[in-house]
Design a protein around this ligand. Structure first.
Ligand code: SF4
Length: 376
């Protein structure tokens, strides 16, 4: 019984993370799981055993069937278009673990399927179940790493076709690699991983130097995003556009009140801008605009009772007493205190409101939060 996809270990610099490490040597994935990752795991497990019965939605079943159909049609075409008559499958492996030996380092990963033919060619297949844009195999570090691993494992192969099946994007991406491509790919992959091996450990003792880090759109997937000095550097660049006199400062260290105040003002401008940008992007998606990788996600609606008496009557028909309801209710204290004041004579309304609050405090039923502060 193969291990389940979700329990599987990953190499420190796994093939699927190399795109990000190539973009920034300080990149490190967040780990953990998400609804999309769990969906991907279920579909991969179903494809591995050829049985969709454990899938949890029509969408998952549809992705499963699309991948099966695309894969079979691709392999059939591959056989039909071969110049070799009587091309036969020598090996057909699912979930093949590939070790990638590099220059002074190595990595490994698990490719979804590998088919080896009797004419020294092979097809490597990887399924992508999400909406993200996938780089074509010739530019894709994951595909390049798996291909190197496959050439190293199968020494007789002269050609490997790498295929990504991306049903949600309605895409199949493929490229033919030759054994003569291996040396260049080994050099490129070695460079990426070795740079990562130098830079990543520096997070353990603080942070890598600024010049070792390269902010990209993929910072959103990096576990160091919230403390990365390079992203602080971007903020300083924005700040300098607003105030060119601003000196180079370390955001975490500066205590100069004038500089901190200028940064505060800029932080407000940027956060207001980002709020508007996010609202605009959601509106565009609601109007039907498709983004390369962002998907509209329904966050649900909020619900509010408009008639408390009717609510109590309904709750009672379900066996709930008034005490049950009150034990769950959250009553707006400020509104209630104001209402108590409204019952008093003109001129003493405020005093009565305050007395009401004092009475609650004296009764020991008032819990105050820590004071909250802002600057204005
Ligand atoms: S957050 Fe920092 S370390 Fe992470 S990818 Fe971005 S620049 Fe690199």
């Amino acid at each position: 019984m193969p291990d389940s996809h979700s329990d599987r270990d990953h190499a420190e610099f796994s093939p699927s993370s190399l795109k990000y490490v190539a973009g920034c040597a300080g990149f490190q994935g967040r780990g953990g799981t998400s609804a999309a990752a769990e969906k991907g795991t279920r579909i991969h497990e179903a494809l591995e055993i050829g049985d969709p019965s454990n899938l949890e939605s029509e969408e998952e079943v549809s992705i499963f069937h699309e991948i099966v159909a695309e894969e079979e049609s691709f392999l059939q075409n591959f056989i039909n278009s071969s110049s070799v008559s009587g091309l036969e499958v020598k090996e057909d492996l699912k979930e093949i673990q590939l070790t990638v030996e590099l220059e002074g380092t190595s990595t490994w990963g698990t490719c979804d399927r590998m088919v080896v033919f009797n004419n020294n060619t092979g097809v490597l297949i990887d399924y992508k179940t999400g909406i993200s844009v996938i780089d074509p195999p010739e530019k894709n570090q994951q595909a390049r790493a798996y291909t190197v691993g496959a050439f190293q494992k199968y020494k007789d192969l002269d050609e490997i076709v790498f295929l990504f099946i991306v049903p949600v994007r309605n895409e199949t991406l493929f490229h033919t690699f030759h054994r003569s491509d291996v040396q260049t790919m080994v050099s490129d992959l070695s460079g990426i991983i070795k740079q990562g091996e130098v830079t990543r450990p520096k997070w353990e003792a603080g942070a890598p130097a600024l010049e070792e880090l390269t902010p990209t759109v993929n910072c959103r997937f990096c576990k160091h995003e919230d403390k990365c000095p390079a992203l602080g550097g971007l903020v300083i660049e924005v700040a300098k556009k607003v105030n060119p006199q601003l000196p180079d400062v370390d955001l975490e260290e500066t205590e100069d009140p004038e500089i901190v105040e200028q940064l505060w003002v800029i932080a407000k401008i940027v956060s207001n801008w980002s709020q508007r940008l996010k609202q605009r992007a959601v509106s565009m998606a609601l109007e039907g605009v498709e983004f390369p990788s962002l998907r509209l996600k329904n966050m649900g609606t909020t619900r509010k009772i408009t008639d408390n008496k009717s609510l109590i009557a309904i709750a009672e028909t379900y066996g709930l007493s008034l005490d049950d309801i009150l034990s769950l209710a959250s009553i707006p204290l400020a509104k209630l205190a104001k209402e108590a004041g409204q019952q008093a004579e003109k001129g003493s309304k405020k005093k009565i409101s305050e007395e009401f609050l004092d009475a609650c405090e004296d009764a020991g039923i008032l819990r105050k939060s820590e004071p909250r502060f802002t600057l204005s």
